[in-house]
Design a protein around this ligand. Structure first.
Ligand SMILES: [Zn+2]
Length: 248
């Protein structure tokens, strides 16, 4: 995502090409040509959706499903296998939508179109704020741990990293979402960023290879206070926490 941002943000589209028939059905040649000259103002990720906000208000919306990804290079380089779409920029760089199973999609949304993906901001996106999270939690019923797994609140945070984040922020997973203080919400926002930074690459799959602080450590001493970690089940998912330092 940061790579997409680095390569696309601020660049001006010189040519857009759709290579796969399923993509061509979604964006007509005329609309495709209308992309020429548009500048990518902002790149946003929500779950597996990537939104390239153009300077004319339109949004180029890529959605990877199983295993799509962007590849970066110079215009004119040989195309990678399974290239489905290409955006060339005015400085002769390009990004290529590569998707071996061709299950991903690209769409172009008109300026001002309401875009409801049913998703909150992406957990790993650095642009969402503690204030946004606080606002979303303020009206929310139920405990904080299941809330963090709700993609409408925050997209892309798995069960493991929700537990890790709460441990790091010293928040009781059973605490009511709306009861968190602004200081707790701020600590939680920071904790999510720190946990995901450490776990880069394993966000969606949860098959982490990093050392976990609390997840799957039932009965073992808390890494902060040595109290035995406890396991409970919330909304059908295991939650691990330290009953001593996550008491608040
Ligand atoms: Zn502890």
């Amino acid at each position: 995502m940061d790579v997409l941002r680095r390569w696309a943000k601020g660049r001006t589209i010189a040519r857009a090409t759709l290579l796969h028939p399923s993509f061509r059905r979604r964006i007509s040649p005329v609309r495709l040509r209308s992309l020429v000259g548009a500048q990518v103002e902002r790149v946003e990720r929500r779950g597996k959706h990537q939104l390239l906000h153009l300077d004319d208000g339109r949004i180029l919306h890529a959605h990877f499903r199983m295993n799509g990804d962007w590849e970066f290079g110079k215009a004119g380089d040989e195309l990678p296998r399974f290239a489905r779409a290409v955006l060339e920029f005015s400085d002769d760089t390009r990004i290529v939508f590569v998707d071996s199973r061709a299950l991903g999609t690209i769409e172009l949304h008109a300026a001002g179109a309401a875009l409801d993906l049913g998703l909150g901001p992406d957990a790993s996106d650095s642009s969402w704020t503690a204030e946004q999270l606080g606002t979303a939690l303020a009206t929310r019923r139920g405990p904080i741990k299941p809330a963090l797994l709700d993609q409408k609140l925050l997209a892309g945070l798995g069960n493991i990293y929700a537990a890790e984040s709460l441990w790091r922020a010293r928040i009781d997973p059973r605490a009511s979402s709306s009861s968190l203080t602004p200081a707790q919400v701020k600590a939680l926002r920071k904790a999510v960023a720190a946990v995901l930074k450490r776990a880069t690459g394993s966000r969606y799959t949860d098959d982490s290879t990093v050392d976990l602080d609390v997840y799957d450590r039932e009965g073992q001493p808390c890494r902060r206070c040595k109290t035995a970690i406890e396991r409970i089940v919330q909304a059908g998912r295991s939650t691990y926490f330290c009953p001593h330092c996550q008491a608040g």
